[in-house]
Design a protein. Structure first.
Lengths: 421, 421
C-alpha cells in the first residue's frame, strides 16, 4: 500500500494502529515518555520508513518524518512542518493529536521530493500537560526554547524529572542525546511554515454541517482562583438576613460571569469549573468557597480585560453579600493570530474543492500556537468532532469527515511547500 | 460550695470542668461513648453526689441526677426532667449541651425535696449525630423508643456498633446492663414534663440585645440531594450557546432556593451547603454536579411544601438549561410545637423578672423535640450565642448572659414542679 494510492485507507490503518498503544477500555492513555508512548513512536518510525521516509528523533523525543535527502541538524534547509502531538490525556480518545500526526506522516510521504520547501512530518513529544505540569514541552523543545534548568525543575506527579524521563526513553531509542550547555535541544530542522490538522474538540462544525474549520486565531485565556470567606453558621438557626454565605456568593459570581460572556458574544467564553464549599454539609452555611473561573477570547488584550471585568463583578457580589474575596490569577496565555497568507491559501483551496468550511477561532491551545508565537507562519485546520466530545473515550470523527480533511491537508501542504522560505 | 449559695459560680466551675474532657486546642471533641465522654460522665456523677444527689446511669449511658429518695425503675413516680446532652461535634464548643446539662444538675440540687413533681437533672448520651449516623440516640433511648435491632444496625465510621460501644463503656461504669428482649432500654424515669436550657446557636438574641429566647417551635426540615447531569466539554472550544453546564445549573438553583426562602420570609430558611462539580477543573465545563439543599420551617406541613417548591424551581432551571435532574430526599423531620402552658409559664416568669426576651423558633433540633413528639410537655429556653457561633471552638456565651439564664431555668423548674403530673 502506498499513500499515493489511497491515503485515506492508510490514515485509518495508522489511526487504528496508534490507538493500540495505551488502549484502556474504550479510551487511550498515552502519557509523554510512557511505555505506550515509546512503543507508538517506534511503530510510527517503522511505518514512515516503510513509506520511504527517514525517521529522526531529537533529544526531547520529538519525531520527524522526512525526505532522506534532507539531513537534519544545524545545516538543514528550512522545511514545512506538518504534524501534531502523540501524547494523550488520561482516558483520552483516538483522534486528538493522532489525527494530525498521521496527516503529517502522509503529507511528508506524498510530497517527498516535491516543492521549493521540503515537507516534513513531525510528532511533538508532549502537548497535553497531563503528565508534567508544563505545557507544550514538545513544541517548545522542538523550537529550541527550553533551557537546561527546566529539565530538572519540571517533575511529574511521582517526582520524576523531565531529565530522568528522557534518560529512561533514550535507552530505548526514543530520544537522542542532550546537547551540553544551557540549551539541551538545538533544533534539528528550521521550520519555515507549519501546518496542523486537528479535531475541533468542540461542537460547532458538526452543528453547522461543515467539513472543515480554518482556524484564524487561538483564544488566549486567564484562569482565576477565587476564595470567598463568609461565616460558617448553623443552617437552621441563622435567618436569611443574617447570613454571609460563601457558596451563595460563589453561585452568584458564577452566573454573573456566565452572563458577562454571553453579553460579550462569541468568541468570548467564560466558565466556572468548580465551587468547593467548606465545610460542605447540608446543615452548615458555607463559611468559605473556592471558585475556579476561566475566561477566553481570541482578540489581543481581551483575555486580560475579561479577567479584570470578572474580578470587578466578583468584588461587587462579594461586597454586597459581606463576604471577603481573594482572587489569584493561576495561569494565562495571550491570543494567537495565525498567518494571513496561510489562512488565505486554505480558504482558496477549500473553495476550489467545494468543501463546506468556515473560518473560526480555536478555544483550545495547540502546538501551532507555540510556532506562531515564535514567528513561524502556522495554521490549524479542524475536522468535526462528533458531539464536540474530546479528551474522553467517546472522541470520534467519522471516516467520511476525516478523508476530505486529510486530502485537504496534503493538498494545502503541497501548495504551501511550493513557495520558498 | 453549695448551689443554694451561688449557683452561678458553680455553673462556671462545672462548665470549666466539663470543657477539660475532650479539649483539643481551643475546641472540645467529646463523641458519644469516647474516653472523654466517659470521664466527663463520671466526673459529673461525682459532682452530683457532692451536691447531695443520686447519680444513676441507664443502659444507654444516659445519666440522671435525682433526689436519692426517688428510686428509679418501673415504679418510679413521674418527674420533671431538666437537662441536655453531653456529647459534642468534632472540634465543637464548650456550651452546646454542656450548658443545659449543668443547669439540670443545679436545678435538681436546688429543688431537691421541693414540689409536687420531683425535679431530676438528665444528660442524654448522644444528640449530635457526630459519631453514629443516627440522630437523638440519647433522648430516644431514654424514652424507651429504641428497639434491640438498632443496637447492631447502627455503626460508627469505624464499623463499631452501638452495642459494642455500649459494651466497652459498661465495663467502666458508664452504662447499665441492657434489658433482655426487643426493648433494651426500659425507661428509669417517667418524664411528666421536660425543660432544656441551651445556647441559641444563632445570632438573633445577640443582634436584638435580648437575654432569653423562649422557644415555641423547632423547625422541621427536608434535605435534598440534587444530581445535575449536563455535558463535560472543553471550556475553550464550546461556545456559550452550546453548553449544558451542570455547575451553572446548580448555581442558578442555589440562588433560586435562597430567593424563595427570602420571599417566604422568616422563619423559612433554605441553604445550599455544597455543589460538587465533576470533573471540577478550570478548563472543562462541569458535566455533572451534586448539589446539597436543605429547607426548614416551623409550621406543620411547611418543610414538605418547601421541599416540593424547591424541587419545582430546580426542575424549571434544569429544563431551561437542558440539564438532567435527579432529586432525592435524604432526610427530614416535621416541625415541633412546644407545650403552650410551659411557654406561658416562661413568659410570665421572664416578665416578672424584667428580663428582655422574645419567643422564637429554633432552627436547630434539640433533645426536647424528641420529648415533645413523644407527648411529653417540653420547652427549650435559649441564652445568646456570641456571633451566632456554634459547633466550633469560638462558641461563647458571656458569664453575665449565662447567669440570668441559669437562674431563670431553675426558677422555671421550681414553678413547673409545683404542679403535679
Amino acid at each position: 500500500m502506498s499513500p499515493q494510492d489511497d491515503p485515506t485507507a492508510v490514515l485509518h490503518e495508522l489511526l487504528e494502529g496508534l490507538a493500540r498503544f495505551g488502549r484502556e477500555g474504550t479510551g487511550v492513555t498515552r502519557l509523554a515518555y510512557s511505555d505506550a508512548w515509546c512503543e507508538a513512536q517506534r511503530w510510527l518510525a517503522e511505518r514512515a520508513r516503510g513509506l520511504g521516509l527517514a525517521a529522526t528523533t531529537d533529544a526531547a523525543g520529538n519525531l520527524f518524518f522526512h525526505d532522506p535527502a534532507v539531513v537534519p541538524g544545524a545545516g538543514a534547509p528550512p522545511v514545512l512542518l506538518v504534524g501534531s502531538h502523540l501524547d494523550t490525556v488520561v482516558s483520552g480518545g483516538r483522534y486528538d493529536g493522532a489525527c494530525g500526526v498521521v496527516a503529517g506522516l502522509l503529507a511528508a510521504a506524498a510530497l517527498r521530493g516535491h516543492g521549493a520547501l521540503s515537507a516534513a512530518g513531525f510528532v511533538t513529544c508532549e502537548e497535553e500537560g497531563s503528565r508534567f505540569p508544563s505545557p507544550f514541552m514538545g513544541a517548545r523543545s522542538l523550537l529550541g526554547q527550553v533551557e537546561a534548568g527546566e529539565l530538572d525543575a519540571v517533575r511529574d506527579g511521582n517526582g520524576v524529572s523531565w531529565r530522568a524521563a528522557l534518560d529512561a526513553v533514550r535507552t530505548r531509542g526514543c530520544a537522542a542525546l542532550l546537547a551540553p550547555g544551557p540549551r539541551p535541544f538545538p533544533p534539528l530542522f528550521r521550520p519555515a511554515r507549519m501546518l496542523e490538522l486537528h479535531i475541533e474538540q468542540g461542537p460547532v462544525l458538526e452543528a453547522e454541517g461543515l467539513a472543515l474549520g480554518i482556524v484564524t486565531h487561538i483564544a488566549g485565556f486567564r484562569r482565576l482562583r477565587v476564595r470567598l470567606t463568609g461565616e460558617a453558621r448553623h443552617a437552621g438557626a441563622t435567618p436569611m438576613r443574617l447570613r454571609r454565605d460563601a457558596l451563595a456568593a460563589a453561585a452568584e459570581i458564577a452566573l454573573a460571569v456566565e452572563a458577562h460572556a454571553r453579553a460579550l458574544g462569541e468568541p468570548a467564553v467564560a466558565t466556572a469549573g468548580f465551587a468547593r464549599a467548606e465545610p460542605g454539609l447540608y446543615n452548615v452555611i458555607a463559611g468559605a468557597c473556592e471558585l475556579g473561573l476561566e475566561v477566553r477570547h481570541v482578540e489581543p488584550g481581551r483575555p486580560a480585560a475579561m479577567a479584570a471585568e470578572v474580578e470587578q463583578l466578583a468584588r461587587g457580589v462579594a461586597e454586597r453579600r459581606g463576604v471577603a474575596l481573594e482572587i489569584v490569577e493561576v495561569s494565562g496565555q495571550d491570543p494567537t493570530t495565525f498567518a494571513a497568507p496561510l489562512v488565505a491559501a486554505a480558504e482558496s483551496l477549500a473553495k476550489e474543492r467545494g468543501l463546506r468550511f468556515r473560518t473560526m477561532a480555536s478555544g483550545a491551545g495547540h502546538d501551532a500556537m507555540v510556532f506562531a508565537h515564535a514567528g513561524v507562519p502556522a495554521l490549524v485546520v479542524f475536522v468535526p468532532s462528533r458531539g464536540g466530545i474530546s479528551h474522553a473515550p467517546g472522541e470520534y470523527t467519522l471516516p467520511e469527515q476525516l478523508a476530505p480533511g486529510l486530502a485537504f491537508a496534503i493538498e494545502l501542504a503541497r501548495r504551501v511547500s511550493e513557495e520558498p522560505a
